[in-house]
Design a binder for this molecule. Structure first.
Ligand SMILES: Cc1cc2nc3c(=O)[nH]c(=O)nc-3n(C[C@H](O)[C@H](O)[C@H](O)COP(=O)(O)OP(=O)(O)OC[C@H]3O[C@@H](n4cnc5c(N)ncnc54)[C@H](O)[C@@H]3O)c2cc1C
Length: 400
């Protein structure tokens, strides 16, 4: 495998750097949010963001080229320029709609989601249906021109801020477990939807329970065919795994860990000078590099039009495992500060040791989100190694 990007991509890197030098950062007095939006618009027009999304839906419609995507991410990160928006809408629903949605759904929902004008949450998990997702019981019944939905969802990230939910509901109660599910879009701002926050151990309130009591959605707000929602949900889950186990996020965290080791003191000198800290950093770096090369492999397979599905599963599992190693060493380095309650709210006020407390606690959560690590291991064992199937059917990681 040739790991050099080559002169074509180095020239592209110069081009991106020149664009950034001209447009980022904005003038100091500008409103930060407006400046980020204006910058994103320019970057889309230039072909640097939302590259796989057609222009008609707000993307920049570039030829597939994961290496260019990588160069763009690296250059944007180098100067702290805003990249593509994150969240379930952009990273999970948009690719699902592009693959499985009706034209009118793409026209109506994709561009405003990319611009951050509408916010989505993911309504999959229920009490009793997490790893065994296909056991979900929330019902959807067609009454005239509307689906009427009743049941409960749980662990719904950002439901309290969301305008819409993409939701799995059981529409064919008599069909086999996987065949009775439909994938619907639902307006969250209606009387039949009640959102109750769940307080996390970080002190934050990003999760929710969502109670659905006769919530309504139009008949054609269904993605894919009636009763075939399980197949649609697999597309979403693939993108969820890629987001959670993303390699640039892991590398970014590792870079911060090295900085922490330089700043933290041990016996009157930087912790980085200590042999055991260096040893552990080297061990983690080996994982980080292995993850990088695994991501290159995934890219090469994508370029060759091959299905890299299982490599994505491996990357999710390894990415979250590395995050856990990083959190453990950070916990050791910040010492007693690890006992602090993390600061509330997202981004903004996190400083110094405190921000690591969020990372330490959060690293446990990402190993569960998008399919728990044990489930990913089951997938690798069954599909990759050909071991006998696990008893539980319809696991979230498998999409089986
Ligand atoms: C940070 C975060 C964000 C999330 N956001 C959302 C969201 O926005 N929307 C949404 O719908 N859901 C969300 N979830 C829920 C998530 O998808 C579920 O937590 C996950 O699928 C696991 O389900 P569960 O919590 O019910 O655990 P369970 O399925 O009850 O599993 C409990 C434990 O048993 C293990 N286990 C279960 N079955 C097996 C098996 N067959 N073999 C081996 N081990 C097994 C699991 O690995 C786990 O350790 C989020 C979760 C987290 C942590």
């Amino acid at each position: 495998m040739d790991l050099e990007l080559g002169s074509e991509y180095e020239a592209f890197r110069q081009e991106v750097a020149a664009f950034l030098a001209a447009h980022w950062p904005p003038a100091k007095e500008t409103d930060a949010r407006a400046a980020a939006s204006a910058f994103r618009e320019r970057a889309v027009a230039r072909g640097y963001l939302y590259r796989s999304i057609p222009k008609a839906y707000g993307g920049s419609e570039q030829a597939p080229d994961p290496l260019k995507g990588r160069v763009i991410r690296e250059e944007f990160a180098r100067v702290g320029a805003p990249g593509e928006l994150q969240g379930p809408g952009v990273s999970m629903l948009v690719p699902t709609l592009l693959a499985c949605g009706a034209d009118w759904q793409k026209e109506r929902f994709v561009a405003p989601t990319l611009r951050g004008e509408i916010v989505w949450c993911q309504g999959y998990s229920e009490p009793g249906a997490g790893s065994d997702l296909a056991s979900l019981r929330t019902r959807g019944a067609l009454e005239g021109e509307s689906w009427v939905i009743s049941g409960q969802k749980v662990w719904t990230t950002m439901a309290h801020l969301a305008d819409y939910m993409f939701i799995l509901v059981r529409t064919e109660p008599d069909a086999a477990k996987h065949d009775g599910i439909s994938y619907l879009l639902l307006d969250m701002k209606q009387p039949g939807v009640t959102v109750r926050p769940l307080k996390q151990m970080t002190g934050g309130r990003e999760f929710n329970e969502v109670f659905l009591d006769g919530a309504r959605t139009p008949k054609d707000w269904i993605v894919g065919e009636r009763g075939r929602g399980w197949q649609v949900s697999r597309t979403t889950l693939k993108h969820e795994r890629d987001t959670v186990g993303g390699q640039s996020r892991t590398e970014d965290m590792f870079g911060k860990l090295v900085e922490l080791a330089k700043d933290a003191q041990r016996e009157g000198q930087p912790a980085l000078a200590s042999g055991d800290v260096r040893q552990e950093l080297a061990r983690i770096e080996a994982y980080v590099l292995a993850q990088r090369y695994s991501a290159y492999r995934q890219m090469s397979m994508d370029l060759a039009g091959q299905d890299a599905g299982l490599i994505g599963v491996l990357n999710k599992l390894n990415g979250t495992m590395i995050g856990h190693h990083i959190a453990n060493l950070a916990q050791d380095l910040i010492g007693d500060a690890a006992l602090l309650m993390p600061p509330q709210g997202r981004g903004g006020n996190r400083r110094g040791d405190e921000k690591w407390v969020n990372q330490i606690m959060g690293s446990l959560g990402v190993a569960i989100a998008g399919g728990a690590s044990n489930i990913q291991r089951n997938v690798i064992a069954e599909r990759g190694l050909g071991l006998p199937r696990d008893g539980a059917e319809g696991q979230k990681g498998t999409g089986a």
